[in-house]
Ligand binder design. Structure first.
Ligand code: ZN
Length: 234
């Protein structure tokens, strides 16, 4: 017996064939969202295999990090950029879910990522989330949560001020704005825990740093980080 929803999706697929979300050219394989070519070509970092890596070095001298990794490298006009674009602006929250599930299976076997108590996504400002309809980091957190079999919590962190306009501000002013943008509404719930902080892309690290510093101000906490991609200066 085929579920009516599946029948409906098969019917739609006759007229609107599903295409790979990274290249938009070939049909995806099986339940995946990308085609075989893109699965092979998406540039994996393999950072999770090393304790110190290109991700963790972003935070040297800024904060103590238990473990840190991004699944893919991100460069302009790359397949990774296309995939992230679909996740953030194309309504494709399932990209986060799928990459989260896959990456969670890899992180499960990485020794430095052991002992995580709770997965915490970087929040969007409520106004921004309302406009987008979802937080792209939530779906990544959910996918990781399924594979790592650890809980995730959408509101452990709160964004209290919107992203500052990037124009007409100095680097230091921008950083100060980001630093004050987050708060932990119920610190007692996080006390003594090892948190996996997750976001879509690591660029300068200012956002993840601001979130981590709020968490690390709570006694007994440890922070690790995971993102879908990491910007690579090309
Ligand atoms: Zn493709």
């Amino acid at each position: 017996m085929v579920a009516p929803r599946q029948l409906f999706e098969d019917f739609l697929a006759l007229f609107y064939p599903r295409l790979c979300l990274a290249c938009g050219q070939h049909p995806p394989t099986g339940d995946d969202l990308t085609c075989t070519v893109c699965q092979y070509q998406l540039p994996q970092t393999n950072f999770h295999l090393e304790r110190e890596n290109g991700f963790t070095e972003h935070f040297w001298g800024r904060l103590p990090l238990q473990a840190g990794a991004a699944r893919y490298y991100f460069t302009k006009k790359s397949k990774t950029q296309q995939l992230i674009h679909q996740l953030k602006y194309g309504g494709q929250a399932r990209v986060g879910l799928q990459v989260g599930r896959q990456y969670g299976r890899e992180l499960r076997d990485a020794p430095h990522f052991r002992g995580i108590d709770l997965i915490v996504p970087v929040p969007l400002h409520p106004r921004k989330q309302k406009m987008r309809g979802y937080n792209q980091s939530d779906s990544f957190a959910r996918g990781l949560s399924e594979s790592l079999q650890r809980p995730w919590q959408a509101h452990a962190l709160q964004r209290v001020s919107p992203s500052p306009s990037q124009t007409q501000k100095t680097r230091i002013e921008r950083f100060e704005n980001v630093r004050r943008a987050f708060r932990v509404p119920r610190p007692a719930n996080l006390r003594g825990k090892h948190l996996l902080l997750v976001d879509d892309v690591l660029t300068t690290g200012a956002t993840l740093e601001a979130c981590a510093l709020q968490i690390l101000a709570i006694p007994g906490t440890t922070v690790s980080m995971a993102t879908i991609a990491m910007a690579q200066q090309s």
